[in-house]
Design a protein around this ligand. Sequence first.
Ligand code: PHE
Length: 520
Amino acid sequence: MPDVESTILTALSSGPDATIPDSFTFATTSNLDHNSIVGTCKSLQTDAYVTLTERSTQFYVLGKEAESIVKDGSQEIRVLSALIAAGTDGLGMPELQSSVGKDVCKIGMGNCLKNKWAKKDKASGKLIAAVTELPTDDVKEQLVALKSAASEEENTKCVDDKAAAALKRRKLISLITRKSYTISRGPSYAPQRVKKAADLTKEMLESGKWKDTQFKEYNFQTLGESVGGGYLHPLMKVRAEFRKILMEMGFEEMPTNKWVESSFWNFDSLFQPQSHPARDAHDTFFIKEPAETVSVPEEYYERVKNMHEKGGSGSIGYRTVFERKEAMKNLLRTHTTAVSSQMLYKLANQPGGFKPARYFSIDRVFRNESMDATHLCEFHQVEGLVADYNLSLGDLIGTVETFFHKIGIKRLRFKPAFNPYTEPSMEVFGYHPGLKKWTELGNSGMFRPEMLAPMGLPKDVRVIAWGLALERPTMIMYNINNIRTLFGHKVDMGMIKNAPICRFEADEEEEGGVAEEAKV
Ligand code: PHE
């Protein structure tokens, strides 16, 4: 394969006026692809090695029917010769058709009549030749001339305009316009291209080579490559929104950057019995290595153990043996409530003692669930809690309502539920006007005295808390009905790049509600 660039430059080397008249014919004669000639010329043009002038060349090409005329003659001549051969009796349609073929007969007959080469005998309906000698086959000759023209210029000149128009009308030929370039020397022409340096280097400065190095000019018009990164996943967009809302409500973010927890913090500190089914390997991912946590606050541990075994603060406890081995097991946290528990323990034991606090977190939790369209083994939990003196169930309902109202869900219902660590407990339902139904959004409750007392929180401190999966509202907002579309290895990166910011739109109705569809 010859080098396109040097082929062009060499072709222009004969003198200052050397030109390549037509890049297309040049491509054909040099056996090169025209597109690559044009591409290389454009690149040479930017360095002023060549000057390009656009040109367009027109010429006629023969269609399929024209090719058969070149071979066998025009339809009218073929019909006429059949008629002359038939003599004065002429030929009926069926004979003519079987002699020259149906298509040739149709076109040829019409043209013979038009040229007055033949006439129809009224009585017999037969076609009879009106001439005795075959005239010249002009159409064939014109087509042969077009086909065998030595150049495009000759091609357009060998047939006069009227004849060409007639051939075009018969759809025998069509006019083609070909775009190409005339290539001539540019102001910086050289038979060989010197690659311009893009950078001034230390070596050039040291050797002095910079003095006669040709440098590429800066192109201030060029646009940077499109940036590939920096997109927030829809879940992270919703997280950012929720985080802002919670901060506005005076909540402080808990440190949740630790996925591995001990069973002690994940379950025991929350007064979840050691025999609870959720503590089974079928529901929880236990860590094999290291299988056990290094330490727990021992004094607190004793108080928790005591609460489980014997009770206190008005509770009779579970009255079962509390096993250290069970408490020390490491696991992937099943809820961020494990972190809430640690934060409350810290709050109770901080220098200066307990002070009221509002905490929230939005982070990953893991559960050994069977996966389906709405469940994966991990999700993001949004969790909030308020610890203060003498809080009531009314405070919990009010706080949860404020939060959900702020995220755009206006119609809420609370349903009594059970959690080992809260009493009372309430599931939170939101009305979805699009689906026209109430859907479960989260869970809430007041932490039990059995959980709070061992931490050392003052007796009349109450803690209200709630939790929900971030995926739930995100899927509703983005109109996604399969969790795998949102999260995991099958997620389409394009979806992440193009995902708009979605919010629940306040409903027109007086009562308000969640958005009918995801809205930007
Ligand atoms: N931990 C609960 C869950 O996993 C959520 C919750 C948090 C419930 C706080 C009540 C209070 O669903």
